[in-house]
Ligand binder design. Structure first.
Ligand code: ZN
Length: 165
């Protein structure tokens, strides 16, 4: 038996990660910053990455290719829609890839992303910018600790690098 901690439910796990697309382009990375904590088993990460991390040991480095079905999904809608720039507040700084909340006629909130720009129009998408993409992660497990009861209740880690209330 070894005493090396392993990743399991109700552990707060700290990871250094790099995410690349199929072309090898870096989409996101924790490089140069502190490790990112997440609560294992609480859907803080995309399903495919969380699955791969289950049972991983402290210090382990994983290379994982996550298919869209276990990542940000497969596109089901019609794709980006064009709306006039004037439908946004004039002082809003719009950027490609940016997420924002909006609501329908019944007041239900939902998330949209800015997919790009087209003349005086903004392309908005109701699906994540990484929909349909295979996600190539390189992940290193740099720390593992027990989650507090409060963290388990909230479904996310607290403290440095985690959630602040
Ligand atoms: Zn919390």
């Amino acid at each position: 038996m070894s005493d090396i901690p392993t990743v399991a439910s109700n552990k707060v796990v700290f990871i250094q990660y790099t995410l690349k697309d199929d072309k090898g382009e870096v989409l996101d990375s924790s490089d140069g910053g502190p490790a990112m904590p997440y609560l294992h088993g609480a859907n803080n990460l995309v399903v495919g990455l969380e699955k791969a991390l289950e049972g991983a040991s402290l210090g382990q480095v994983l290379e994982v290719a996550v298919p869209p079905e276990e990542g940000y999904g497969v596109r089901s809608g019609p794709g980006p829609q064009s709306v006039p720039r004037t439908s946004f507040p004039e002082d809003a700084e719009l950027e490609e890839g940016m997420a924002f909340l909006t609501q329908d006629d019944e007041g239900n909130q939902f998330q949209l992303w800015i997919a790009g720009f087209e003349g005086d129009n903004v392309l908005i998408d109701d699906e994540h910018p990484l929909v349909d993409q295979t996600l190539h992660f390189r992940v290193e497990v740099t720390a593992i600790r027990d989650a507090t009861e409060e963290e388990q209740k909230h479904g996310h880690p607290h403290g440095p690098g985690g959630h602040a209330h």
